[in-house]
Design a protein around this ligand. Structure first.
Ligand SMILES: [Fe+2]
Length: 435
């Protein structure tokens, strides 16, 4: 059972990696943006990480390819300089990835899951999650590349349910944040700990393109009073005037470029490709604020009936296509209200999938944090200039998405599939709606 599940997760990741790297050699090896690696680097880095953990650490294998580890060490070479490295060429990188996978399948089939690294299949899931995280990064590279479209997918759902409420109150009280029990949780999600969250209200859906357009039309990008000092400095320096990939035609109509296709902006989709500073300025304009990380997680996991923290807003069941827009099933977010089956008991929709949601929190360890299995996954990023994002996007696979999963990025980044939702202060005696 466990073995089959892990095998499926690894296979799904590989099928996606292959699809994202099925482009001609020139496309694979060129730098589409200084923010991103050439796709051929991601491909061999995925294999190198798999080799390091599943073949060498778990099975004691020798090196599959000598002398390449250093090339694929993300900490030694900034993304912008990776095309200058003597990387494996496209055919060679594909062969290397296949070679490693053939061997790691054998390791998975024969492993007893009896070490700290392999217990409950942890390290195999970690490698599937790592590959899917790079697949999402490669998807962002595809969004940045110029030229005709190469990716295809059915349009995201356009049907919406009528939302009963615009916002709901999450009452004051403790909940269990993080997890000690989830066998595949990564180190920064652990351990579980009790957190008191004062009462607050949260919008039932993320901020939409329609709402964001009103902010632009009201001079949102020209009013320093709406921005933090740092945010305004960045807005001016980077010349921000609208979310990335938006442009306005001569009739004043907004268009959005998505994976090489231009389309009029859909007013009811969550806004995507905004940086933290844009989200923060919008929130101030709207008389609201961004949720903190504990607020976001309580809204996504806390079950008001039992008081228990669950894996997802809808419960503990794995995400299905009825719950959330995940896994690159579509190449963009669905309209708000498209996933009523994925709503939380209090009626908060689309916390999982569609767009990553910026929170106001910086990326810090939970009390009792222990780096595992390597410091470079999370620990080296704590205390840096990062804000936490939650919930996953249409480009996040379910293996790397749950109510406890933490993502982080610099507050100026907007090539990621990030949007946000608004939180509001309420009095501490405010009560939740009946559920
Ligand atoms: Fe990596």
């Amino acid at each position: 059972m466990l073995r089959d599940r892990l095998e499926r997760d690894l296979e799904r990741a590989r099928a996606r990696t292959c699809a994202l790297t099925s482009v001609d050699d020139a496309e694979l090896t060129q730098q589409h943006s200084p923010l991103m690696s050439p796709l051929v680097w991601d491909l061999a880095h995925i294999a190198n990480q798999e080799e390091r953990w599943l073949l060498r650490e778990v099975a004691g294998h020798g090196s599959v390819r000598d002398g390449i580890d250093e090339l694929y060490d993300a900490f030694l070479h900034p993304r912008a300089g990776r095309t200058a490295l003597p990387l494996l060429g496209p055919d060679d990188a594909r062969r290397y990835a296949e070679q490693v996978r053939d061997l790691s399948q054998k390791v998975l089939r024969s492993n007893n899951f009896d070490s700290e690294l392999t217990r409950d299949g942890f390290v195999f899931s970690m490698i599937a999650q790592h590959e899917q995280q790079h697949d999402e990064t490669m998807l962002a590279t595809h969004q940045l590349r110029a030229g005709p479209p190469v990716l295809d997918a059915p349009e995201a759902p356009r049907e919406t349910t009528r939302l009963e409420r615009e916002r709901v109150v999450i009452p004051a009280g403790e909940f269990e944040m993080g997890t000690s029990a989830d066998p595949w949780a990564l180190d920064n999600e652990k351990p579980a700990h009790r957190v008191h969250v004062p009462a607050f209200a949260l919008d039932t859906v993320p901020v939409t393109n329609r709402q964001f357009t009103r902010f632009i039309e009201d001079g949102g990008y020209r009013r320093p009073d709406l921005w933090s000092v740092e945010g305004w400095g960045h807005r001016c320096e980077a010349g921000l005037e609208a979310p990335q990939f938006w442009h306005r035609d001569s009739d004043g109509l907004w268009w959005r470029r998505s994976f090489g296709r231009e389309a009029p902006l859909h007013p009811d989709e969550p806004v995507v490709h905004v940086c933290f500073h844009e989200a923060d300025a919008f929130a101030r304009w709207a008389g609201a604020r961004l949720p903190t990380e504990p607020e976001w997680e309580k809204a996504a996991r806390w079950d008001p009936t039992t008081g228990r923290a669950r894996r997802y807003p809808w419960g503990d069941d794995d995400p299905g296509p009825e719950h959330a827009n995940l896994g690159q099933r579509h190449l963009g977010p669905a309209v708000v209200g498209a996933y009523p089956a994925g709503a939380s008991p209090l009626g908060v929709h689309q916390l999982i999938g569609d767009v990553w949601e910026w929170t106001s929190s910086s990326f810090e360890p939970y009390p009792g944090f222990r780096a595992f299995p390597y410091r470079e996954y999370s620990e080296v990023f704590f205390g840096g200039d990062f804000r936490v994002l939650r919930g996953g996007s249409f480009g996040t696979d379910q293996v790397a998405c749950r109510g406890t999963f933490r993502n982080w990025d610099h507050p100026i980044r907007r090539q990621i599939f990030a949007g946000f939702r608004l939180a509001h202060d309420v009095s501490d005696s405010a009560e939740a709606p009946d559920v």
